[in-house]
Design a binder for this molecule. Structure first.
Ligand code: SF4
Length: 599
């Protein structure tokens, strides 16, 4: 079998056993890999209505067909499960070297079920799978567990692990690999903790077959020259995502002081220019020619990042323009095992509640005292951390201020305020995993390129579905197939390039229409899964579309989406999707896009 290894490893932590089964190649043909294959396996193996915290809720590690090959940016891993945070699907992506090592060990997918009776590390060495006692590792931060496992087991092992936040089941605990690479969103780290699973260490000595290697390598090198090492991508190497800070702030879209403004007066000390001054080098994921990972160092803190989202949520949204404090906060999240988007969102909320006299958490916008310690307190659920670890929705509800929580389906909203980029309102509301900017990115049209008006929803529903691949505006259908590849966002790949790569996998030509249809199939399958699991209605925090929430300052001051326009936008989206007025895919649509399951 070329590109795929043809094997799924199932690990049952309750029984202490492991078994191998063949990869379902019919599903691979329909859904490709990564996101698509994850959704198909989730449909089949997640018990309907399962409590996400229950041992029966499986956790999936899924690779794409190109993981372990030399194709740049396509050796990523998707981690998936019914999320304990949102109660619906969550697919979270991570780079580094774990996915290729999984393939070298012989597996396309690993499915973990059950709950170990005591802290456990799963060790995989090709065909050998062991469950090792992990009491001595419990409590370690992410850098410590990774170093300890490399020292104790194999210096070449690739480790996917949790920090104390995962052990304490904080809803936005992340998974960590290669120290700085995180599967951040949706609480997969908390699921590891609920399963008493501290880490998975994998070592493989095999290879990934690519069929006609000469043809694949020749074409791959041409693709690198034509499409990868270009100006469209190399900004990522030179500056990385901090490059977005100034334009997003300049457009009034930058979350500031718990989303009370769209521009931050302290942005000049945490923008790309500021981070360039403390940049020490670049790092790269496995076989990636772009190498976007920016390593920064200041005041004894060295690490990768922060990425744009972290700067927005942990910087502007907390009113913090102190680059040293921001680096420390980011580093603490990395070490204790927390997603930075949710961390910054929740800490900003706690600051807002403190300043409004609702509840004194001792945290104030712009003050670094208390702010830098917050990740540790959240991860250990100590002091104010015990309440902050509830997450934005539950914390605000507890103190009677639900309108101060900025989340969608209980996933905290990331770094683009829809009041300055209206398309994001429908994008967030219809995202398959809750508040997420990675499924569609109207910001590219409305802010970065300025090709569409940011203060109108006209025509946006269609764009959200299909995108505008010419300028990096990723639509939901295209992102679904791209994340099934699994490509990283920093290769601005388009359907033509996907066709060219996929033809090596399946030994036949692909058309762009076929690629987009596959993406639509995957999106509809995800919707069916969420409906099966009781997804709440698509919505957005009211302050983001009602007149009373309009900004009073900055470039997007006074802009109001309006309740009716938002509702109309959602209905337009459902209509274009071929879903009914409640957002349920019609039989005709499911048949047309080839989804092979039904509610
Ligand atoms: S572009 Fe960056 S994040 Fe993407 S694969 Fe390369 S190094 Fe990793």
């Amino acid at each position: 079998m070329d590109f795929y290894q043809g094997k799924v490893l199932r690990v049952d932590l309750s029984a202490g056993s492991a078994a191998v089964e063949p990869l379902d190649m019919d599903w691979a043909q329909l859904y490709m890999g990564g996101k698509g294959l994850l959704f198909r396996y989730m449909w089949e193996y997640v018990p309907t209505g399962v409590d996400p915290w229950a041992p029966e809720n499986p956790l999936f590690l899924v690779t794409g067909p190109f993981a372990g090959t030399n194709l740049s940016t396509a050796s990523r891993l998707v981690v998936g499960a019914k999320s304990p945070t949102t109660g619906i699907l969550d697919d979270s992506y991570v780079g580094g070297s774990f996915a290729p090592e999984m393939k070298f060990a012989g597996y396309d997918i690993i499915i973990v079920t059950g709950k170990a009776p005591a802290p456990t590390v799963v060790r995989i060495e090709d065909d050998k799978v062991e469950l090792l006692p992990a009491a001595k590792y419990w409590g370690m931060k992410t850098s410590q567990i990774e170093a300890a496992l490399k020292a104790d087991l194999d210096p070449d092992a690739k480790v996917l692990s949790i920090g104390p936040a995962g052990e304490n089941k904080v809803p936005w605990a992340c998974l960590s690999t290669d120290q700085f690479h995180k599967a951040g969103r949706g609480g997969h780290g908390a699921l590891f903790g609920a399963k008493n699973l501290k880490a998975i260490a994998v070592r493989g000595t095999g290879a990934v077959k690519v069929g006609d290697a000469k043809a694949f390598l020749a074409d791959m090198y041409r693709m690198h020259e034509e499409f990868v090492l270009t100006d469209a991508n190399l900004w990522a190497n030179e500056e990385g995502t901090p490059i977005l800070v100034d334009p997003v702030d300049g457009a009034g879209v930058f979350p500031t002081r718990n989303f009370s403004s769209g521009s931050f007066e302290g942005v000049g000390t945490i923008n790309s220019e500021a981070f360039q001054r403390i940049k020490t080098r670049n790092r790269a994921c496995y076989q990636c020619a772009i190498g976007c990972r920016q390593v920064h160092s200041i005041a004894g803190v060295t690490g990768e990042g922060p990425e744009y989202e972290t700067i927005a949520l942990c910087g502007g949204n907390c009113g913090v323009g102190d680059i040293e404090a921001l680096m420390k906060f980011n580093h603490a999240c990395d070490e204790w095992g927390l997603d930075t988007i949710s961390s910054g969102n929740v800490v900003g909320l706690a600051m807002d509640m403190t300043e409004k006299g609702i509840k004194d958490f001792g945290l104030h916008f712009g003050e670094v005292e208390g702010y830098v310690e917050a990740p540790q307190l959240i991860a250990t659920r100590v002091g104010i951390g015990a309440e902050l670890a509830l997450g934005a929705r539950a914390l605000a509800a507890k103190y009677g201020c639900p309108d101060l929580a900025f989340e969608v389906k209980n996933l905290e909203i990331p770094g683009y305020d829809p009041r300055g980029s209206f398309g994001m309102s429908i994008g967030y509301a219809t995202s398959d995993r809750g508040g997420c900017h990675m499924r569609t990115y109207p910001v590219a049209d409305e802010v970065v390129e300025g090709t569409r008006p940011p203060d109108s929803l006209e025509g946006k529903a269609e764009q959200i579905i299909v995108g505008n691949v010419d300028n990096g505006f990723i639509g939901q259908n295209f992102s679904s197939i791209k994340f099934s590849g699994i490509w990283c966002d920093f290769w601005a790949v388009n359907p033509e390039q996907l066709c060219r790569a996929f033809r090596h996998v399946w030994k036949r030509e692909f058309t762009e229409d076929e690629i987009m249809l596959m993406g639509e199939r995957i999106w509809n399958l995800g919707r069916l899964f969420n409906l099966r699991e009781g997804v709440e209605p698509d919505s957005l925090p009211k302050r983001m579309y009602l007149p009373e929430g309009a900004f009073t300052e900055g470039p997007s001051a006074g802009r109001v989406i309006g309740e009716q326009a938002f509702k109309d936008g959602l209905q337009e989206y459902y209509r274009l999707r071929g879903w009914d007025e409640n957002g349920v895919p019609t039989e005709a649509k499911l048949a047309a896009v080839g989804v092979d399951v039904r509610l």
